[in-house]
Design a protein around this ligand. Structure first.
Ligand code: HEM
Length: 404
């Protein structure tokens, strides 16, 4: 039993953020679910195995609506710190809702976020990629996240939504504080900045609609009168944050996976038609969203010999499920030719990632561009010196120093 406690205690320590997969391997071996405490003092149940993760994501007893989640969080908080003030509420979006509200909002967004709109972005994504890579030269030592992996998706999602270029650096700063472990003061300041920012943006789009997605969302809401102002603001916020914090790390984690597996890199470089499968494998191997967003149990949930009580907070370990040996053969090995599909990197069930087609498109264009422009790219520091962000949901590097 001592070993059991040790593994649970290691979750969310600096050691965990540096190497979540080895801690998660122990968690998977031990039990279908474990209760642990987050850096913010919250007791949560972690589900780490593939089958159980999938079952929980599809279980209607495991919910996301913000009122229920707030109550569950209050009940499971080990200290007296208050959650950020809800006066500027950004949680009226579909990732904080259950059916039927979720169904209504998802349908409305899907109307505007069409496959055609995404496919229309292809030449523009290629152009942005070429533009970013064109500023770099072989032999340069750069932080690849800074010069490429960050600017590409933020430019794409900003253009899609219709957000100004000038606001992006500030946006990046606040977005980072949103997903890393910060105190309540900083969380409040971030929430406040984001809410003001998106409220003003929606007002500007109302006054002068464009060709962008946000204008299309406003139009949808005016047609049907079913998207409230607060829902629109929250949706814009969700799309911008979900649209870049994740894709940055698909690129960063994928490049690292290739540079540390030269044989796989050689194969991909020799045959770029392997790219779609390679992108799926990067998503599985180092999932950018290591843990799905918070859920709560409305009823007791039985997973094998463990029962998660009603009213508990639940985190589903997507990155862990994707390394489960019972589902993926030699799960800790990068294999860009393994049969694709089945990974949980985009989630599962009703909250399955809305942006998956866009993320895949960006990933394919980004890796193709990088491998073609810089065939001799190498890590500029030993792997052991790389630092990972201290984020519960996101698994991504702080910096990725490479020689191009
Ligand atoms: C939901 C991952 C890119 C928009 C999700 C979820 C995951 C995920 C795991 C489910 C979260 C949960 O159930 O708790 C990823 C990854 C990406 C990516 C790994 C990149 C590699 C994007 C992009 C966009 C986007 C580019 C938008 C343009 C969304 C939205 C949801 C979502 C709106 C909520 C869907 C709902 O609640 O119905 N994503 N995402 N994502 N993602 Fe993504």
């Amino acid at each position: 039993m001592a070993g059991t406690e040790t593994a649970a205690e290691r979750v969310f320590t600096p050691e965990f953020f540096q190497d979540p997969h080895s801690v998660q391997a122990v968690l998977r071996a031990e039990a279908p679910a474990r209760e642990v405490v987050t850096p913010n003092g919250l007791r949560v149940w972690i589900v780490s195995r593939y089958e159980e993760a999938k079952a929980v994501l599809a279980d209607p007893a495991v919910r996301k609506n913000s009122a229920g989640l707030r109550a569950a969080i209050a009940r499971n908080r080990a200290d007296v710190r208050k959650a950020p003030n809800g006066a500027l509420d950004l949680s009226q979006h579909m990732l904080s809702m259950d059916p039927p509200d979720h169904t209504r909002l998802r349908r409305l967004v899907t109307k505007a976020f069409t496959a055609r709109r995404i496919e229309r972005m292809r030449p523009r994504i290629e152009e942005i990629t070429a533009g970013l890579l064109g500023r770099l030269s072989a032999g340069d030592e750069v932080d690849l996240l800074d010069v490429f992996a960050f600017p590409l998706p933020i430019t794409v999602i900003s253009e899609l939504l219709g957000v100004d270029h000038e606001d992006r650096d500030e946006f990046r700063r606040y977005s980072n504080s949103l997903i890393t472990t910060t105190g309540p003061e900083e969380a409040r300041a971030t929430g406040s900045w984001m809410a003001t920012y998106f409220t003003e943006l929606i007002a500007a789009k109302r006054a002068a609609p464009g060709e962008d997605l946000l204008s299309a969302l406003i139009e949808t809401s005016e047609d049907s009168d079913r998207f409230s102002e607060r829902e629109l603001v929250s949706m814009a916020f969700l799309l911008l944050v979900a649209g870049h914090e994740t894709t940055v790390n698909l690129i960063g984690n994928g490049v690292l996976a290739l540079l540390t597996n030269p044989e796989q890199l050689g194969r991909l470089r020799a045959d770029l038609s392997l790219m779609p499968g390679a992108v799926e494998e990067f998503l599985r191997f180092r999932s950018p969203v290591n843990m799905a967003t918070f859920r709560f149990t409305a009823e007791p949930v039985v997973l094998g010999d463990v029962t998660i009580p009603a009213g508990s907070v639940v985190l589903v370990g997507l990155g862990s499920a994707n390394r489960d040996e019972d589902r993926f053969e030699q799960a800790d090995r990068l294999d860009i030719t393994r049969p694709v599909g089945g990974h949980l990197a985009f989630g599962h069930g009703i909250h399955y990632c809305l942006g998956a087609p866009l993320a895949r498109l960006e990933g394919e264009i980004a890796f193709r561009g990088l491998l073609t422009a810089f065939p001799n790219m190498k890590l500029a520091t030993p792997v052991s010196e790389l630092r990972w962000r201290a984020s519960v949901p996101i698994h991504g590097l702080e910096k990725l120093p490479v020689v191009l």
